[in-house]
Structure formats: structure tokens, C-alpha cells
Design a protein around this ligand. Sequence first.
Ligand SMILES: Cc1ncc(COP(=O)(O)O)c(C=O)c1O
Length: 401
Amino acid sequence: MFERFLSKETSYLRTSEIRDLLKLTEGRNVISLAGGLPDPQTFPVEEIKKIINDVLFNNSDKALQYTATPGISEFRKELVNISRMRGITGINENNTFATVGSQEALFMLFNILVDPGDNVIVEAPTYLAALNVIRTRRPNFISVTVTENGPDLEELERKVKDITNNGKKVKLMYVIPTAQNPAGTTMNIEDRKRLLEIASKYDFLVVEDDAYGFLVFEGESPPPIKAFDKEGRVIYTSTFSKILAPGLRLGWVVAHEDLIREMELYKQNIDLHTPSLSQYIAMEAIRRGVIQNNLPKIRRIYKEKRDIMLEAIQEYFPKDSRWSKPVGGMFVFAWLPSRIDTTKMLEKALQKGVAYVPGSSFYADYSGRNTMRLNFSYPKKEELTEGIKRLGQVIKEELST
Ligand SMILES: Cc1ncc(COP(=O)(O)O)c(C=O)c1O
């Protein structure tokens, strides 16, 4: 009824058939490997209770009040500290910005930076919700294949060179270098530096999404690309959703001061500022070491769940499939034999009591039709094994028809 009144941009936002299908799973006996929620066991509930009590006792005048658009000044200092834990140095509070989850950061950044027709590089596959924001800007997408070690940098340089040779420019690349969602890959340090060199040589920005930087449970988490950035070329985003609690809706950006000022103007039009109470809670959680002390537990829980999922996949998936072996994060990505269309197969899977996200949603050009994303952070351990077992049967049946 309202269709004819909608703005062009709103009309680009359509609920996907897949989302509608997955909604049907709610309340039914379906094991969902489709979600992306943290395990609630990882929430430091008692510590947060104590913090909220103390904050309301000592600082209610500020914690319940309006605050500055880029964030509470003391909290921004803690954002400098937590970014330093990821290896980012040489910044001060004026380089930081508190956002409503990193989703808002991505929303603001792509709106501030991308005009229709701009060349925007994304990984193939990449994070669905970022892709959806970028889509509303009507850019020219350039997809770069994600290999076992992250984006294929030869392909990246070749494509950027082509654009440059045609007299055009690349505006930015959106990249998730650590425990990528959905592909589960992690770039090595050399490749991070190389990517930055390419960005510098061809003069484009890098929007680096480090949502899982603290969630590496095997080996060391490599420093973010931002840690090597001497030109202010990298715009870094991260989130408290995976290391504290997603319901706080709290993320942050580290970037050049000039961009922080643009974000300030933009956010004044959205919501004035990120909730003060959430900022106070996270600030105290950093100061008291709640986040730092809780990380080993989160990593232990996710590593155990990842191992259970990988073992089940090894046992139940057809041998000519391949899948990622993520060193961190919350997802495994699987490439099935090419005759399988995971979008078409989803309904059958739901009938057999298991849900996943078809992989084509994670590709700018909707390719990757034989791929799927599987979440291991939220389901219970026994559901992981049973869910993969059911899925293995569905795939094998699909292959035999
Ligand atoms: C890669 C990536 N970026 C950003 C987000 C957004 O998270 P939030 O808005 O809760 O910070 C997520 C959440 O799943 C994610 O996986």
C-alpha cells in the first residue's frame, strides 16, 4: 500500500525470501545453524550487574544524561586502550568514535564515503549486513575471491589496475582480515601489509572490520591492518558484541580525526549519540579487566564448539565438499559439489529439521550458489552434531536425485 510513497533508497531494502523462510523455523523443532548469536554463557552477567549498580550509585548524573556525539570522553580514552590491546598505537581519543554496534559504524561510513557508481571492493564472500548497506549506495561492486588465506591479492591488484588503466578510481575496500564472516579465513601479516601497500599505491581507503579480532582461539591473533597504517588510510571498526554483550549495542571506530568529525556531523542526524549507559558499562568492563579476564573463557567455549562442528562435518558431509577450518570467530563456510544449489536445498533442510544460511547472500553478485554458512557459537554442543548429521543426509539425498 505504501510502495508508491517510498523513497528510492528504501525501495532497495527488501526482506529476502531466505530470511522469511528462516523465520518459519522459530518455535519449531529445527536446529538452527543459520544464526550468528554469541553463546549467552559467555556473558559476564555477575560482573555486569555489579558494574551497573556501581555506575548508577556513583555516576547516574552522567550515565543517564545526554552526552557528546562521538562518545563520553573517558570512554573514548578506554577505546584507545582496548584498540592498543589489538596492536593499534599512535592514536588518541580524538581518533575514536563510539557507535551503536559496529553495524552503525558501517552504515555511517558507507553513507559518508560512497556515492552511486563508486568502485567499491568487497571480498567474495563477505559479511551480509555490510553488503546490504553498501548496496543501498548503488556502487559498482568489485568482488575479490577469498582463498584459504583471505582475499586473493593478485586478483585484487589486477582488478584495481584495470580500473586505473580505464581512467577511473577505486573508492574503498571493505575487508574482514581476521576470522572472516562468513568464510572463516584469517590473513597473515605479510598479506595485511601487502594489501595496505596496494591501497596506498592506488590511493583508496580500507574499511577494516575487526569484529572477531579478540576471538582467535588458535595461535596469536595477527594485528589489524590499522596497526601498520601510517597514512590514516585505514578506517578500523570493532564491537563489544562478541567480547561483552551484543545487547549493549556498542561498537567503535578508529580513524583519522577528519573522518571522525564527518561521522560526528552524520550521527547528529541519526541518534545524537550512542547510549551513555552502555558506554559507562563498557568503560568499567575495560577498566576492571572484565573483558580481558573473560576472553579465555569465550575462546575456550568457541574452540570446543568449532571442533565439534568440524568433526561432524568430516564425518557426515560428502567427501568432495570443502570447508573452512577457522582459527577464530563463530562460523564455518562450506563449498559443496557444484551441482548443489543451497538456496533451493534450504526448504528440504528445514523439513529435515536443520537450518543454515545459503552462501549466495554473502556474494555481491549472488554467486556462490553451492556454498553455505554454518554457525557454531550459539547451538548447544549436541545440536551441533545432530544438526550437521541431518544436513549431511539432506546433501547426500540432494546429490542422489
Ligand atoms: C563481520 C561483522 N561485522 C559487524 C558485525 C556487527 O555487529 P554489531 O553491530 O553487533 O557490532 C557482525 C555481527 O555479526 C559481524 O559478523
